[in-house]
Structure formats: structure tokens, C-alpha cells
Design a protein around this ligand. Structure first.
Ligand SMILES: Nc1ncnc2c1ncn2[C@@H]1O[C@H](COP(=O)(O)OP(=O)(O)OP(=O)(O)O)[C@@H](O)[C@H]1O
Ligand SMILES: [Mg+2]
Length: 357
């Protein structure tokens, strides 16, 4: 709770805003998505909001374990009298309405604990959003979503991903490995304190050993006691990083392959999250997936160029966008200048973002 309070206090003071409620991003291995389908008989020959609500309600009626809470029910498309791919069914003449949805759920115990922590700090939560969804909202283009794309958010302790096809989300999952596993491997292999391993990773890391320009170049690292130096090659460091990144990619590949999704993602893979800044990641992924690969930063953030192309900001900008889009009249961020629009609000947080990510 102390860390959360300190982070929010700092954000408030740097951005010059009052925070009244929180949009929370969650990333956890318990987060999984499933596709569901609902149906409604159209009551009066013309699809109404009530018919849509009924089709969605039946789609939501899926058995779930006791420790599971639905976080998102995302509309993929409607089928109106057998005609699929409909996005706006209201007003259409029909007798039968079907609804395809993607449900994202997480452990309710995890969510209870997070909610308790936030309310203990005196804040109200207005939205809980899974991180890969937030990152997708900030990073992916409509064209990529239509063509099929997988967003992979490489975080500290998790790798979360989702797949879009035909404009809608169709798969969500999370792995319990992230960038911190790489630092921990470096620490163990080269017998370095974790902090030194992390800084070695950030300064000299590269995930694609075969593309190194000077593989034999040596770097001096401190020994475990920090009082003497030893030399390692850039290539040895790269091989350690590569092994862990490959492991993450293999998990991802086998999930996508099993579900037949590799053939669906013609726009390829977009990486976000702090660990997406690792050098060599695009080349390694291109070799493995044989698909187009890019590192994605947030789009549509005016006046903050370092935020725009930085994958570390994808989730947080996505959360801000989500809050603005889903805010039902309730104010999340009360600016001194009440006339500020959403873009200005995003821009005004630039300083705090730069400092914290
Ligand atoms: N330049 C860089 N090169 C390689 N890795 C980096 C770089 N910058 C940050 N990282 C790694 O990115 C990770 C943090 O990423 P991010 O900020 O997205 O995580 P998080 O959102 O806190 O974690 P999670 O999503 O798992 O809850 C850390 O493992 C960090 O070492
Ligand atoms: Mg994250």
C-alpha cells in the first residue's frame, strides 16, 4: 500500500491533477480468455437493444470455477438471420440474433487482494483492465486487427498476449515468465548480484546472438563480492538472454500453433512492455515465427515523442485511453484546466510517465 500511495502522490504532484478514482491494469497468469456464443429471438421483427442485451447475456452464461471473475466481455460480431460479421445489428429486420463474444477472466482472489489494497489507500477503482488489452488499445492499428495480429506484452514477471482477427479479439492468455527471469538467469550464470545483472542486461544485452556485430568483444563485470572484475564475452551474455527469450517464444508459438492462430495473424506480432526494448528481439522473433514483427509504442499521444515510440508506455497509455473511453460521466482526472481534452490530459502526464517507466 505504501508503494501505491507514493506512486499516486508523485503522479498527482507532477501532473498537477487530483486523482479521484483508479483504472487498474492487471497482468497475472490467472488471466485467460474464452470465446462464447449467445442467441436471442428477435421480439418485434426488428433488432432492439433488449435483443442485443439478451444475446450477450446468454453468451455470458458460461460455467466458471469459484475463484474466477469475468473482467471483460468483448463483442466480436453478431450473426443476424445467419448473416455473420455484423457489427451494428440494432434496427435490422430479423427473427434471430446471435452474438460472438470474447470473455476475459482472472482469479477473483487476486482481484479481491488488489481491490483491498487500492481501497486501503483511499481510492475508488473505476475500471480493472487486463494489461494486454490496454496495450493493444494503445498500439495496434485497425488494419492490423482486421488482417490478424498478436500483441505480446513483455513485462517484468509476466508475458501477456492477445490475438485479433477480423477486427475482433479472439484469444487472450498470460505466461508467468518475463524480463526479470532474464536478469535472474544472468545473475546465476555469471554469479552476479541481481542488481548488477539487471544493469548488465540493460546496457549490453542482446537476444539474437547470431546477429551480434562483435561477438568476441569482452566486458568487465564485478564478481559476486563486487571487489574484483572478471571478463565475459558479449556473445556469452547474449546466449544466456537468448535461451530465456526463446523459451518465452516457444511457449507462445506452441499456443498459437495448437489453436491454428499462426495462420490467422497475417500482420504478425507486435511487442510491447519494458522487455520489448531488449536488442535483437525483433530478429529472433522473425526467425522463429516467420511473420512480420515490430516493437509497438503508443499511438495518438500528442506532444510526447519519447512516449510515442516507447513500448514501456503502451500499457499505461492504453489504460488512460480505456478510462477516457469508458468513463461514464465520472471524472477520473480532474485537471486544473477543466477545459483540457483527452489528448491534453495524456500529454500532461508525460513528465510523470518519463520518470516512472
Ligand atoms: N532497455 C531494456 N532492455 C531490456 N529489458 C528491459 C529494458 N528496459 C526495461 N526492461 C525490462 O522490462 C521489464 C519491465 O517491463 P514493464 O515495465 O513492462 O513491466 P511491468 O508492467 O512492471 O511487469 P508485469 O507486466 O509483469 O506486471 C523488466 O524486466 C526490465 O528489466
Ligand atoms: Mg506490465
Amino acid at each position: 500500500m505504501e508503494t501505491l500511495t507514493a506512486a499516486i502522490d508523485e503522479a498527482k504532484s507532477i501532473a498537477g491533477v487530483e486523482v479521484t478514482s483508479i483504472t487498474l491494469g492487471v497482468s497475472n497468469p490467472s488471466i485467460e480468455g474464452l470465446n462464447s456464443y449467445g442467441i436471442a429471438a428477435v421480439e418485434n421483427g426488428e433488432v432492439s437493444m433488449d435483443d442485443v442485451a439478451m444475446a450477450i447475456k446468454t453468451a455470458k452464461a458460461v460455467p466458471m470455477s469459484a475463484d474466477t471473475e469475468m473482467l471483460h466481455v468483448l463483442q466480436r460480431d453478431y450473426i443476424v438471420d445467419g448473416q455473420s460479421g455484423v457489427t451494428e445489428p440494432i434496427g435490422m429486420f430479423a427473427v434471430r440474433l446471435e452474438s460472438n463474444v470474447h470473455i476475459i477472466a482472472a482469479s477473483s482472489r487476486l482481484l479481491q487482494n488488489i481491490r483491498k489494497c487500492v481501497s486501503g489507500c483511499g481510492y475508488q477503482i473505476s475500471n480493472v483492465v487486463v494489461e494486454q488489452l490496454a496495450s493493444s488499445g494503445a498500439t495496434l492499428t485497425d488494419n492490423e486487427k482486421d488482417m490478424g495480429v498478436c500483441l505480446v506484452n513483455l513485462g517484468a514477471d509476466s508475458t501477456s498476449f492477445d490475438v485479433f482477427a477480423d477486427g475482433g479479439i479472439c484469444y487472450t492468455s498470460t505466461l508467468a515468465i518475463g524480463g526479470n527471469s532474464i536478469s535472474s538467469d544472468i545473475s546465476k550464470v555469471f554469479k552476479l548480484p541481481l542488481e548488477a545483472a539487471e544493469s548488465l542486461k540493460l546496457q549490453c544485452g542482446n537476444a539474437a546472438s547470431k546477429y551480434l556485430k562483435n561477438p568476441d568483444e569482452k566486458i568487465d563485470i564485478p564478481n559476486a563480492l563486487g571487489n574484483a572484475k572478471k571478463r565475459i564475452s558479449i556473445q556469452d551474455l547474449s546466449l544466456v538472454i537468448e535461451a530465456r527469450v526463446e523459451e518465452i517464444f516457444e511457449h507462445l508459438y506452441s499456443r498459437l500453433e495448437q489453436l491454428g492462430l499462426l495462420d490467422v495473424i497475417s500482420s504478425g506480432i507486435v511487442f510491447t512492455g519494458g522487455a520489448a526494448k531488449m536488442k535483437g528481439i525483433v530478429k529472433l522473433a522473425e526467425d522463429m515465427f516467420k511473420l512480420p514483427v515490430r516493437v509497438g509504442g503508443p499511438m495518438e499521444v500528442s506532444g510526447a515523442s519519447e512516449v510515442m515510440h516507447n513500448p514501456s508506455y503502451a500499457t499505461v497509455v492504453g489504460l488512460l485511453k480505456y478510462a477516457i473511453e469508458h468513463d461514464s460521466g465520472e471524472t477520473h482526472i480532474v485537471e486544473d484546466d477543466q477545459k483540457a481534452g483527452p489528448k491534453k490530459k495524456l500529454g500532461s502526464l508525460k513528465g510523470w510517465l518519463s520518470k516512472n517507466f
